[in-house]
Design a protein around this ligand. Structure first.
Ligand code: AMP
Length: 425
């Protein structure tokens, strides 16, 4: 009987070689760029109580209704996190971060997220995000800073061609979003039959979602509907003007898009999305917005906040389309030990070389001098150290410089690491 090979689950994947390096690059750039804006890294669990997401994301969203991985391992009901914000806010409240020091808390995160969506290009069931949350300020300058930081992040990776879509969906008061929702319903009601089935479902539960329906027929109808950013209450209108003016002052381009409402329930006021043409149908590379109501929804004091989440796989697609490779570290030195004694000595010598911060490798397969030289060459070593019988007898090692016309010279063993450092330095 042959054993069937076990493969990765559909919608998940392995990252190695070029893609592995790009995934790491997406994380290291997040640390560098978000760090410049004074964000601190936060790690939260990959699974949380299901209620956190049901309340935090909104019961009537696609994610909560059908896309979550939910388990009942005992008496608890747990869910693999479909996004990062709910967990960060839970941690923020649980650890009383709002009572510590500054009134504004800036946190960033990176890691896998899980959604049971239909897999396609740029859409997986386990995917990765880097994201930030700025909790504790309603200042629209902060919204602008967050939008600008996302643009800064893509630029730091060398990704050109990012488009920023911007909208304001107002606050949840009678004179703002509530009035807008009613106005939308009034306009849609007489023509509701012309909208697709999903939109008809959304009409009562979440009418704003009709605005971002992907159905071409609905899209045409949506164009004629009242626009949220033209129906704002005065404070929201003023804040939105500040966001737009600040981005303009910073020299950043954006497009107003009245159909942008974002998928999750918790957004208010500023919402934005970054898109890239290399992504095809799933062209959103990242997105975010203000969520002034979420912290109270999760049992905390009313606290304004703004954040974004950027899709790492989509960053990787853009990097690939633009032919941007992540830097990989090659080998700097290769130590060849021949025979049993040479092999043992190589292990000792390589430790001294690595202690100087040099990337060094040796052979672990008992292969010949010729074949080890070939490996050293192939892996780009700039210096090769040879411990053969003669060298060992004299307490020496031959150090060979691998560049064209590079020479070779025997050194007493204790002097070899410094000689290598000179070659690779
Ligand atoms: P969202 O919070 O749903 O807007 O997600 C933020 C970003 O994460 C999106 O703009 C995408 O770049 C990325 N993203 C969301 N869902 C997926 C998925 N299933 N597979 C890959 N990337 C995703």
């Amino acid at each position: 009987m042959t054993t069937k090979m076990i493969r990765a689950i559909e919608g998940t994947r392995d990252y190695f070689a070029e893609d592995g390096a790009r995934l790491s690059l997406a994380y290291t750039q997040a640390e560098a760029v978000f760090g410049r804006y004074a964000y601190k890294r936060m790690h939260t669990p990959v699974f949380e109580a299901t209620a956190l997401f049901a309340r935090g994301i909104g019961e009537a969203t696609d994610i909560v209704e059908k896309e979550m991985y939910t388990f009942k391992p005992g008496s608890d009901t747990i869910t693999l996190r479909p996004e990062g914000t709910a967990g960060i806010v839970r941690a923020y409240l649980q650890h009383n971060l709002h009572k510590q020091g500054d009134s504004l808390t800036k946190l960033w995160y990176a890691g896998p997220m899980f959604r049971r969506e239909r897999p396609q290009k740029g859409r997986q069931r386990q995917f990765h995000q880097v994201g930030i949350e700025a909790i504790g300020s309603a200042d629209p300058l902060l919204d602008a800073e967050v939008v600008a930081m996302g643009i800064d992040y893509y630029a730091s990776l060398g990704i050109t061609g990012i488009r920023t879509r911007l909208n304001s969906i107002g606050c949840d008061t009678a004179s703002c979003r509530q009035a807008y929702r009613e106005k939308l319903r009034e306009t849609i009601r007489p023509q509701l039959d012309s909208f697709c089935k999903s939109c008809q479902n959304r009409f009562e539960r979440n009418v704003l979602r009709i605005l971002d329906c992907k159905n071409p027929h609905c899209k045409a109808l949506v164009k004629e509907l009242p626009r949220s950013h033209e129906q704002l209450c005065e404070p929201c209108e003023n804040d939105f003007a500040t966001v737009k003016n600040t981005l303009t002052t910073l020299g950043l381009n954006y497009e107003l898009d009245a159909t942008l409402v974002r998928g999750l329930d918790y957004y208010s006021k500023t919402v934005f999305e970054y898109t890239h043409s290399a992504l095809g149908a799933q062209d959103a590379i990242g997105g975010g917005g203000r969520y002034d109501g979420l912290i109270a929804e999760l049992g905390g004091p009313a606290t304004p906040a703004v954040g974004f989440a950027l899709g790492v796989e989509r960053v990787m697609i853009a990097l690939d389309a633009l032919d941007i490779a992540a830097p990989t570290t090659g080998i700097e030195a290769f130590v060849i030990g021949l025979g049993e004694a040479g092999h043992a000595k190589a292990a000792e010598l390589i430790a001294q070389i690595r202690a100087l911060g040099i990337v060094a490798e040796m052979d672990f397969g008992g292969r010949s001098l010729k074949s080890q030289m070939r490996t050293a060459n192939k892996r780009g070593a700039r210096a090769v150290l040879i411990l053969g019988e003669d060298e060992l007898a004299n307490g020496q090692v031959t150090v060979k410089e691998m560049r064209k016309d590079g020479g070779q010279k025997a050194f007493p063993l204790p002097e070899a690491p410094a000689a290598v450092a000179q070659i690779v330095g």
